[in-house]
Design a protein around this ligand. Structure first.
Ligand SMILES: [Zn+2]
Length: 341
Protein backbone atom coordinates (compact mmCIF):
# COMPACT_ATOMS: atom_id res chain seq x y z
CA UNK A 1 0.00 0.00 0.00
CA UNK A 2 2.86 2.38 0.74
CA UNK A 3 5.12 3.87 -1.85
CA UNK A 4 8.64 4.72 -0.82
CA UNK A 5 9.86 4.49 2.76
CA UNK A 6 7.65 4.03 5.76
CA UNK A 7 5.24 6.80 6.46
CA UNK A 8 4.32 7.93 9.94
CA UNK A 9 1.25 10.02 10.39
CA UNK A 10 1.18 11.97 13.58
CA UNK A 11 -2.25 13.52 13.55
CA UNK A 12 -5.29 14.48 11.56
CA UNK A 13 -7.27 17.53 12.58
CA UNK A 14 -10.52 17.43 10.64
CA UNK A 15 -13.40 19.92 10.60
CA UNK A 16 -16.53 19.03 8.66
CA UNK A 17 -19.11 21.75 7.99
CA UNK A 18 -22.31 19.86 7.24
CA UNK A 19 -25.46 21.59 6.08
CA UNK A 20 -28.09 18.95 5.25
CA UNK A 21 -29.74 21.34 2.78
CA UNK A 22 -26.60 21.86 0.70
CA UNK A 23 -25.53 19.48 -2.09
CA UNK A 24 -21.93 19.35 -0.85
CA UNK A 25 -20.09 19.82 2.42
CA UNK A 26 -16.86 21.52 3.33
CA UNK A 27 -13.94 19.79 4.97
CA UNK A 28 -10.85 21.47 6.40
CA UNK A 29 -8.04 19.18 7.43
CA UNK A 30 -4.54 19.52 8.76
CA UNK A 31 -2.38 16.38 8.56
CA UNK A 32 1.00 16.15 10.28
CA UNK A 33 3.17 13.35 8.92
CA UNK A 34 6.75 12.15 8.73
CA UNK A 35 8.40 10.00 6.09
CA UNK A 36 8.24 9.85 2.34
CA UNK A 37 4.91 9.54 0.67
CA UNK A 38 4.26 10.37 -2.97
CA UNK A 39 0.67 11.46 -2.53
CA UNK A 40 -2.36 11.96 -0.30
CA UNK A 41 -5.69 10.64 -1.50
CA UNK A 42 -8.34 13.29 -2.02
CA UNK A 43 -11.61 12.67 -3.89
CA UNK A 44 -13.23 16.08 -3.48
CA UNK A 45 -15.68 17.93 -5.72
CA UNK A 46 -13.54 21.02 -5.66
CA UNK A 47 -10.39 22.12 -3.96
CA UNK A 48 -10.27 25.55 -2.33
CA UNK A 49 -6.68 25.28 -1.20
CA UNK A 50 -4.01 22.68 -0.53
CA UNK A 51 -0.76 23.67 1.15
CA UNK A 52 2.20 21.56 2.18
CA UNK A 53 4.34 23.47 4.67
CA UNK A 54 2.76 26.62 3.24
CA UNK A 55 3.40 25.78 -0.42
CA UNK A 56 0.66 25.02 -2.96
CA UNK A 57 0.24 21.33 -3.78
CA UNK A 58 -0.87 20.08 -7.21
CA UNK A 59 -4.09 17.98 -7.28
CA UNK A 60 -5.16 15.70 -10.15
CA UNK A 61 -8.71 15.13 -8.93
CA UNK A 62 -7.82 12.03 -6.90
CA UNK A 63 -4.40 12.67 -5.40
CA UNK A 64 -2.37 15.51 -3.97
CA UNK A 65 1.27 15.19 -4.98
CA UNK A 66 3.62 15.30 -1.99
CA UNK A 67 7.38 15.68 -2.12
CA UNK A 68 8.37 16.28 1.49
CA UNK A 69 6.87 15.58 4.88
CA UNK A 70 5.49 18.13 7.30
CA UNK A 71 2.05 19.68 7.55
CA UNK A 72 -0.56 19.28 4.82
CA UNK A 73 -3.48 21.69 5.04
CA UNK A 74 -6.46 21.15 2.78
CA UNK A 75 -9.72 23.06 2.40
CA UNK A 76 -12.11 21.30 0.00
CA UNK A 77 -15.76 20.62 -0.86
CA UNK A 78 -17.00 17.04 -0.95
CA UNK A 79 -20.07 15.34 -2.38
CA UNK A 80 -22.42 12.89 -0.69
CA UNK A 81 -22.26 9.38 -2.08
CA UNK A 82 -24.32 6.21 -2.00
CA UNK A 83 -21.45 3.81 -1.56
CA UNK A 84 -18.73 5.43 0.53
CA UNK A 85 -17.80 8.62 2.30
CA UNK A 86 -20.71 10.67 3.62
CA UNK A 87 -24.22 9.43 2.85
CA UNK A 88 -27.34 11.57 2.98
CA UNK A 89 -30.70 9.89 3.54
CA UNK A 90 -34.12 11.50 3.97
CA UNK A 91 -36.73 9.79 6.12
CA UNK A 92 -40.12 11.31 7.00
CA UNK A 93 -39.01 14.81 6.11
CA UNK A 94 -35.80 14.62 8.14
CA UNK A 95 -32.29 14.45 6.69
CA UNK A 96 -29.69 12.15 8.19
CA UNK A 97 -26.00 12.26 7.33
CA UNK A 98 -23.41 9.67 8.26
CA UNK A 99 -19.95 8.65 7.15
CA UNK A 100 -18.80 5.16 6.29
CA UNK A 101 -15.31 4.61 4.97
CA UNK A 102 -13.65 1.47 3.84
CA UNK A 103 -9.89 1.13 4.20
CA UNK A 104 -9.52 2.65 0.71
CA UNK A 105 -12.02 5.50 0.82
CA UNK A 106 -11.12 7.96 3.57
CA UNK A 107 -10.07 10.37 0.79
CA UNK A 108 -13.76 10.88 0.04
CA UNK A 109 -14.18 13.04 3.14
CA UNK A 110 -10.67 14.24 4.01
CA UNK A 111 -7.15 14.14 2.53
CA UNK A 112 -5.67 10.85 3.63
CA UNK A 113 -1.92 10.29 3.69
CA UNK A 114 -2.38 6.67 4.69
CA UNK A 115 -5.64 4.93 5.42
CA UNK A 116 -4.77 2.32 7.98
CA UNK A 117 -1.75 3.47 10.01
CA UNK A 118 -2.98 4.55 13.42
CA UNK A 119 -2.95 8.28 14.06
CA UNK A 120 -4.36 10.77 16.49
CA UNK A 121 -7.56 12.12 15.00
CA UNK A 122 -9.22 15.29 16.25
CA UNK A 123 -12.64 15.66 14.68
CA UNK A 124 -14.87 18.72 14.81
CA UNK A 125 -18.30 18.62 13.21
CA UNK A 126 -20.19 21.84 12.64
CA UNK A 127 -23.77 20.92 11.81
CA UNK A 128 -27.36 21.52 12.90
CA UNK A 129 -29.11 18.83 14.90
CA UNK A 130 -27.53 16.14 16.99
CA UNK A 131 -23.92 15.30 16.17
CA UNK A 132 -22.51 11.91 17.13
CA UNK A 133 -18.84 11.17 16.54
CA UNK A 134 -16.30 8.56 17.48
CA UNK A 135 -13.74 11.08 18.64
CA UNK A 136 -11.27 9.44 20.97
CA UNK A 137 -7.86 10.26 22.37
CA UNK A 138 -6.57 6.84 21.30
CA UNK A 139 -4.71 6.45 17.99
CA UNK A 140 -7.07 4.94 15.41
CA UNK A 141 -6.86 4.00 11.72
CA UNK A 142 -7.95 7.20 9.93
CA UNK A 143 -10.56 5.39 7.85
CA UNK A 144 -12.52 4.50 11.01
CA UNK A 145 -13.30 8.12 11.82
CA UNK A 146 -17.00 8.76 11.48
CA UNK A 147 -19.92 10.99 12.40
CA UNK A 148 -23.71 10.83 12.26
CA UNK A 149 -25.75 14.00 12.02
CA UNK A 150 -29.51 14.47 12.20
CA UNK A 151 -32.48 14.78 14.53
CA UNK A 152 -31.43 11.66 16.44
CA UNK A 153 -33.32 10.80 19.59
CA UNK A 154 -31.64 9.05 22.50
CA UNK A 155 -33.98 6.21 23.47
CA UNK A 156 -31.63 4.50 25.93
CA UNK A 157 -28.36 5.62 27.44
CA UNK A 158 -26.03 6.11 24.46
CA UNK A 159 -28.55 4.56 22.03
CA UNK A 160 -29.72 6.86 19.25
CA UNK A 161 -32.44 6.36 16.66
CA UNK A 162 -34.23 8.38 14.00
CA UNK A 163 -36.84 10.91 15.13
CA UNK A 164 -39.62 8.69 13.77
CA UNK A 165 -38.71 6.10 16.42
CA UNK A 166 -38.76 8.50 19.38
CA UNK A 167 -41.48 6.45 21.13
CA UNK A 168 -39.49 3.23 21.18
CA UNK A 169 -37.81 3.80 24.51
CA UNK A 170 -38.45 0.35 25.96
CA UNK A 171 -36.45 -1.25 23.17
CA UNK A 172 -33.81 1.47 23.43
CA UNK A 173 -33.29 0.63 27.09
CA UNK A 174 -32.96 -3.07 26.26
CA UNK A 175 -30.31 -2.26 23.65
CA UNK A 176 -28.47 0.03 26.05
CA UNK A 177 -28.50 -2.65 28.76
CA UNK A 178 -27.18 -5.36 26.40
CA UNK A 179 -24.36 -3.08 25.23
CA UNK A 180 -23.46 -2.20 28.82
CA UNK A 181 -23.58 -5.88 29.83
CA UNK A 182 -21.40 -6.81 26.84
CA UNK A 183 -18.77 -4.23 27.80
CA UNK A 184 -18.74 -5.51 31.40
CA UNK A 185 -18.64 -9.16 30.30
CA UNK A 186 -15.70 -8.69 27.91
CA UNK A 187 -13.78 -6.62 30.43
CA UNK A 188 -14.22 -9.45 32.87
CA UNK A 189 -13.30 -12.41 30.60
CA UNK A 190 -10.46 -10.56 28.84
CA UNK A 191 -9.09 -8.65 31.81
CA UNK A 192 -8.55 -5.71 29.46
CA UNK A 193 -10.55 -2.50 30.03
CA UNK A 194 -12.91 -1.22 27.33
CA UNK A 195 -10.52 0.98 25.32
CA UNK A 196 -12.64 4.07 24.60
CA UNK A 197 -14.33 6.88 26.45
CA UNK A 198 -17.85 5.78 25.46
CA UNK A 199 -19.74 3.09 23.60
CA UNK A 200 -22.54 4.80 21.69
CA UNK A 201 -24.86 3.16 19.20
CA UNK A 202 -26.81 4.78 16.39
CA UNK A 203 -29.36 3.10 14.13
CA UNK A 204 -29.04 4.81 10.76
CA UNK A 205 -31.27 4.54 7.68
CA UNK A 206 -30.16 2.56 4.63
CA UNK A 207 -26.87 1.40 6.10
CA UNK A 208 -25.28 -0.87 3.51
CA UNK A 209 -24.29 -3.49 6.11
CA UNK A 210 -25.78 -4.87 9.28
CA UNK A 211 -23.41 -2.80 11.39
CA UNK A 212 -19.98 -1.22 11.60
CA UNK A 213 -18.14 -0.89 14.88
CA UNK A 214 -15.83 2.11 14.90
CA UNK A 215 -13.98 3.09 18.08
CA UNK A 216 -16.59 4.43 20.49
CA UNK A 217 -19.52 4.52 18.08
CA UNK A 218 -21.32 1.52 16.60
CA UNK A 219 -23.51 2.16 13.56
CA UNK A 220 -26.33 -0.29 12.95
CA UNK A 221 -28.73 -0.43 10.06
CA UNK A 222 -32.11 0.86 11.24
CA UNK A 223 -33.71 -2.45 10.17
CA UNK A 224 -31.75 -4.16 12.95
CA UNK A 225 -33.71 -2.15 15.53
CA UNK A 226 -36.89 -4.01 14.50
CA UNK A 227 -35.14 -7.36 14.23
CA UNK A 228 -33.94 -6.98 17.82
CA UNK A 229 -37.58 -7.01 18.92
CA UNK A 230 -39.09 -9.48 16.49
CA UNK A 231 -36.43 -12.20 16.45
CA UNK A 232 -35.47 -14.57 19.25
CA UNK A 233 -33.41 -13.18 22.20
CA UNK A 234 -30.32 -14.99 20.90
CA UNK A 235 -30.35 -12.71 17.84
CA UNK A 236 -30.15 -9.49 19.88
CA UNK A 237 -27.46 -10.94 22.16
CA UNK A 238 -25.42 -12.12 19.16
CA UNK A 239 -25.64 -8.92 17.10
CA UNK A 240 -25.05 -6.45 19.92
CA UNK A 241 -22.29 -8.34 21.70
CA UNK A 242 -20.51 -9.07 18.39
CA UNK A 243 -20.26 -5.37 17.58
CA UNK A 244 -19.13 -4.53 21.11
CA UNK A 245 -16.48 -7.30 20.89
CA UNK A 246 -14.97 -5.42 17.94
CA UNK A 247 -13.87 -2.71 20.39
CA UNK A 248 -11.19 -5.25 21.39
CA UNK A 249 -10.90 -7.39 18.26
CA UNK A 250 -10.42 -5.03 15.33
CA UNK A 251 -10.31 -1.66 17.08
CA UNK A 252 -7.96 -2.06 20.06
CA UNK A 253 -5.85 -4.56 18.10
CA UNK A 254 -6.32 -4.91 14.38
CA UNK A 255 -5.38 -8.18 12.69
CA UNK A 256 -6.13 -10.17 9.56
CA UNK A 257 -9.84 -9.70 8.72
CA UNK A 258 -10.64 -13.41 9.20
CA UNK A 259 -9.06 -13.36 12.67
CA UNK A 260 -10.80 -10.13 13.69
CA UNK A 261 -14.16 -11.69 12.82
CA UNK A 262 -13.32 -15.10 14.29
CA UNK A 263 -12.43 -13.54 17.65
CA UNK A 264 -15.46 -11.22 17.68
CA UNK A 265 -17.68 -14.20 16.88
CA UNK A 266 -16.06 -16.32 19.58
CA UNK A 267 -16.39 -13.59 22.23
CA UNK A 268 -19.95 -12.82 21.20
CA UNK A 269 -20.95 -16.44 21.60
CA UNK A 270 -19.40 -16.55 25.06
CA UNK A 271 -21.48 -13.49 25.92
CA UNK A 272 -24.62 -15.02 24.43
CA UNK A 273 -24.11 -18.11 26.62
CA UNK A 274 -24.30 -15.79 29.63
CA UNK A 275 -27.05 -13.47 28.43
CA UNK A 276 -29.53 -16.05 27.16
CA UNK A 277 -29.37 -18.96 29.59
CA UNK A 278 -30.48 -22.30 28.21
CA UNK A 279 -29.70 -21.37 24.62
CA UNK A 280 -26.79 -22.96 22.76
CA UNK A 281 -24.98 -20.10 20.99
CA UNK A 282 -22.70 -22.51 19.10
CA UNK A 283 -25.62 -24.12 17.27
CA UNK A 284 -27.01 -21.61 14.82
CA UNK A 285 -30.34 -21.95 13.03
CA UNK A 286 -30.30 -23.87 9.75
CA UNK A 287 -31.86 -22.32 6.65
CA UNK A 288 -32.26 -18.91 8.32
CA UNK A 289 -29.97 -15.96 7.71
CA UNK A 290 -27.84 -15.68 10.82
CA UNK A 291 -25.58 -12.64 11.30
CA UNK A 292 -22.32 -14.40 12.18
CA UNK A 293 -22.76 -17.42 9.88
CA UNK A 294 -20.13 -16.16 7.37
CA UNK A 295 -17.50 -16.28 10.13
CA UNK A 296 -18.14 -19.86 11.22
CA UNK A 297 -15.29 -21.36 9.11
CA UNK A 298 -12.87 -18.88 10.71
CA UNK A 299 -14.31 -19.43 14.17
CA UNK A 300 -13.28 -23.07 13.76
CA UNK A 301 -9.60 -22.05 14.12
CA UNK A 302 -10.32 -20.42 17.49
CA UNK A 303 -12.48 -23.34 18.61
CA UNK A 304 -9.67 -25.70 17.71
CA UNK A 305 -7.34 -23.78 20.03
CA UNK A 306 -10.00 -23.93 22.74
CA UNK A 307 -10.36 -27.70 22.26
CA UNK A 308 -6.62 -28.21 22.57
CA UNK A 309 -5.69 -25.73 25.28
CA UNK A 310 -8.93 -25.11 27.12
CA UNK A 311 -11.00 -21.95 27.39
CA UNK A 312 -9.06 -20.49 30.29
CA UNK A 313 -5.71 -20.71 28.48
CA UNK A 314 -7.22 -19.33 25.29
CA UNK A 315 -8.68 -16.31 27.12
CA UNK A 316 -5.48 -15.74 29.03
CA UNK A 317 -3.44 -15.77 25.78
CA UNK A 318 -5.96 -13.46 24.17
CA UNK A 319 -5.68 -11.12 27.14
CA UNK A 320 -1.89 -11.01 26.73
CA UNK A 321 -2.29 -10.39 22.99
CA UNK A 322 -4.75 -7.51 23.48
CA UNK A 323 -2.66 -5.88 26.24
CA UNK A 324 0.68 -6.27 24.48
CA UNK A 325 -0.50 -4.97 21.11
CA UNK A 326 -3.04 -2.42 22.39
CA UNK A 327 -3.66 0.36 19.84
CA UNK A 328 -1.48 -1.32 17.22
CA UNK A 329 -1.83 -3.99 14.56
CA UNK A 330 -0.83 -7.61 15.15
CA UNK A 331 -1.96 -10.97 13.78
CA UNK A 332 -2.34 -14.72 14.02
CA UNK A 333 1.42 -15.24 14.44
CA UNK A 334 1.53 -12.86 17.43
CA UNK A 335 -1.61 -14.40 18.95
CA UNK A 336 -0.15 -17.91 18.63
CA UNK A 337 3.02 -16.72 20.37
CA UNK A 338 0.94 -15.26 23.24
CA UNK A 339 -1.01 -18.53 23.52
CA UNK A 340 2.14 -20.58 23.90
CA UNK A 341 3.65 -18.46 26.68
ZN1 LIG B 1 -17.81 -8.47 12.83
Amino acid sequence: MFEGREIMTISYDITWDLDPAAPTFRGRTSVRFKGTRAYAELSAVSLREALLNGWHVPWDGARLALDVDGVLEVDADFAYHRDRGFRRVEVDGATYLYALHYPDSAGWTFPCVDQTTRSRVNLTVDAPGVVLTNSTAAPIPPYTITAAVGPWVEVGEGVHVMRSRAGERDRGRVVSRLIEDSVAFFESVLGVPYPYEKCDAVFVPEFPHLAFSSPGLIMFDDAVFDALATREPKYAATVLSHEVAHAWSGNLVNAEPWLVEALATYLSRLATEQFVPGVDPWAIPENTPWPDRPYVPHLAHVRAVEDTMGRETLLSGLSTFLSRYAHTNAGWAELKACLSE
